[in-house]
Each structure stands twice: as C-alpha cells, then as structure tokens.
Design a binder for this molecule. Structure first.
Ligand code: HMG
Ligand code: MG
Length: 292
C-alpha cells in the first residue's frame, strides 16, 4: 500500500492573511468547504491575532462557528497569546497553532516580543489548551533565513523546535517563511532538527519565492518527513516578511506526491477549483494556470 502524506492546507490562513482584499466570512467559509470537498482533512481556518495588525483574519470566530459540530476535518487556528486562546476556545476551536521564530528580529516584528518572551507567552497558552483537550501545533518561522537578519544558523531552528516540542506541541512545522531555501539547505536544516525532535513530529512549510519549494519538499521527503503544509493556488505570504511570496501550491504538492507514488487522499482538480474560487473572490487576474 502506498505510504500516506498528510497535507496541511494553510490557504484560508497563510494564503489570505497577506491579500490586499479582506474576504467576507461567507466567502472564507465557502473556500474552506471547497477544500474539504477536495479531500483535505486539516485546513488552517484563520488566526486569533490583533485585527489591527492582520485585518484579513478578523472574524475568524465566525468562520469557525460555521463549522461547529463538523466531523472528519480539523480546522486549526493561529493563537499568539492568552487573549487569542480565550477567543479561540469560545469559538469552539479544537486545534490551535502557536508560532515562534528562529530569528530575533522577525519575532519582534511579527509578534512584538523576543524569542524568549514568545515562549513565556506560549507556555501558559499551550498548557491551558491541552488541559481543554485542544491539540497544539507549533511553527518555527525563518528556519532557513530571515527577511531582516539574512542567514539563520541551523542550530537556531533546532533549538526553537525543541522548545516547542517540550511545551507539548504534537507537531512542529518548519517554516521557510521567505522561500530562500534550497534542497541541500532544507535537508541539512531538517536533519539538524530531527536530531532533537523525532521526524514523525515534524512538518515542512515552504514559501515559493524562488520557485524551489517543490524541490525542497522532495529533499525533505527523502529525509523522512511525512507532513507538508501548502496553500491552494499558491496563495499567501506573511505581512511581516516583506518580499516573500505565497506558500507552495497544494496542487503542485499533490502532483509531486502522486508522481512519487504517495497517497494523499486529495483530488488535485478539486483543489484547483477551490483556488479558482479564491482567486476570483480576491479579484486576482491570473487564476492558477495549472491544468488538472
Ligand atoms: P502586542 O501589541 O504586543 O499585544 O501584539 P498587546 O497584548 O500589547 O495588545 C495590544 C492590542 O492588541 C490590544 O488592543 C489588545 O487587546 C490587542 P488595544 O487595547 O490596543 O485596542 N490584542 C489582541 N486582539 C485580538 N487577538 C489577540 C490579541 N492580542 C492582543 N490575540 C500580537 C502582540 C501577537 C497580538 C500582535 O503582534 C499580532 O497580532 N501580530 C500578528 C501576528 C501574525 O498574525 N503574523 C502572521 C502569522 S505568522 C506567519 O505567517 C508565519 C507562518 O506562516 C510560518 C512561516 O511561514 O514561517 C506561521
Ligand atoms: Mg507561512
């Protein structure tokens, strides 16, 4: 039987958080419905962050409410602090993600705190979430490079990943936030992290600024990673990572994985349909050019 890869769809969060247009709740819900119809089982639905900082993710509570009681799909949301956790719990979130960085400057710009300060905030958040039976994923941003500091030593990504695992995150997603990675760099970084955190609790999260995300993912699959983040249509970027482009496109990841003989349970044509829907809603001229 083919080995399974879990795809974590981040389009409705990482994809939409950096768009000029803020989509209404109903459109965000419809986008998520299309992604569910495509077979995706984990779909990041939004963020409980400051709406002043990221207005595109305002009203994430209403997005979650629309899926209340829905079985068979996990809809994690980003949470930076206790305020965010309280709101996420009230909205019925069953999974959250905390997000740390391997670069001090990015941490400051993104969440207004140093790496150590971010862990002081996360510790009670993760403890409370777990006490409520809510699963917690962790992100390491800038694992391969920082928009402000440039190169980031491999040991820094490993340190931060280890700290997130020690807090109780069930999975750590290693983010190439600005898409500067190469297959060799990605492989080395993943190896360095896997010496400290088991490979079966790691995921990779590539942005595609330089068009190398698919090659980087392939290298990481060879190293043994089995969870891949992506966004339908290659939407995305981070408001605090100037110049960074979208996430690797889910349809490209599915094409790669199908070609390598992995099983994903995801229908590539339906992902492209979902991407078309989002592009149209955003008023983007270029709909994903890929054919099913
Ligand atoms: P702060 O200014 O230090 O927070 O921001 P504060 O506690 O001093 O509060 C300031 C104001 O924000 C207050 O409101 C709070 O109520 C409000 P005011 O009194 O001024 O009206 N506030 C909140 N409102 C809603 N939800 C909350 C919340 N917390 C405080 N949770 C904070 C700290 C983290 C909140 C802020 O910096 C922030 O929201 N940053 C946005 C971070 C973000 O969403 N970044 C993008 C996602 S990360 C990413 O894309 C990378 C990733 O994809 C992986 C990769 O690619 O590498 C994950
Ligand atoms: Mg990202």
């Amino acid at each position: 039987m083919a080995e399974r890869i879990r795809i974590v769809e981040v389009g409705p969060r990482d994809g939409l958080q950096n768009e000029a247009v803020t989509l209404p709740v109903a459109t965000r819900v419809a986008f998520i419905e299309k992604l569910i119809a495509a077979g995706l089982k984990t779909i990041e639905a939004g963020s409980f962050v400051s709406p002043r900082k990221v207005p595109q993710m305002a009203e994430t509570a209403a997005v979650l409410k629309a899926f209340e009681g829905r079985r068979g799909v996990s809809l994690p949301v980003l949470v930076p602090n206790m305020t965010g956790l309280e709101a996420a719990l009230a909205a019925g979130a069953r999974e959250i993600a905390v997000f740390a960085a391997a670069s001090e400057t990015f941490s400051l710009k993104n969440i207004n705190g140093s790496i150590d300060e971010s862990f002081e905030r996360f510790a009670p958040v993760v403890a409370r979430a777990r006490a409520e039976g809510v699963a917690v994923r962790g992100y390491v941003s800038c694992a391969l490079g920082c928009p402000y500091e440039g190169a980031v030593p491999l040991a820094r990504a490993a340190d931060v990943a280890e700290r997130l695992a020690a807090l109780g995150c069930y999975e750590i997603s290693l983010g190439d936030t600005i898409g500067v990675g190469t297959p060799d760099a990605a492989r080395s970084m993943l190896r360095a992290v896997a010496e400290r955190v088991p490979m079966n609790s790691l995921a990779v999260h590539f942005h595609d600024t330089e068009g190398r995300a698919v090659a980087n993912i392939r290298a990481c699959l060879e190293e043994g990673v089995r969870v891949v983040d992506s966004a339908a249509g290659g939407l995305g970027g981070c408001p605090y990572a100037p110049g960074a482009s979208g996430n690797v496109a889910t349809e490209d990841v599915v094409y790669l994985l199908d070609g390598l003989g992995f099983e994903t349970g995801v229908d590539r044509a339906a992902v492209i349909e979902a991407a078309r829907f989002a592009f149209e809603a955003l008023g983007k001229k270029r709909v994903t050019p890929r054919t099913p």
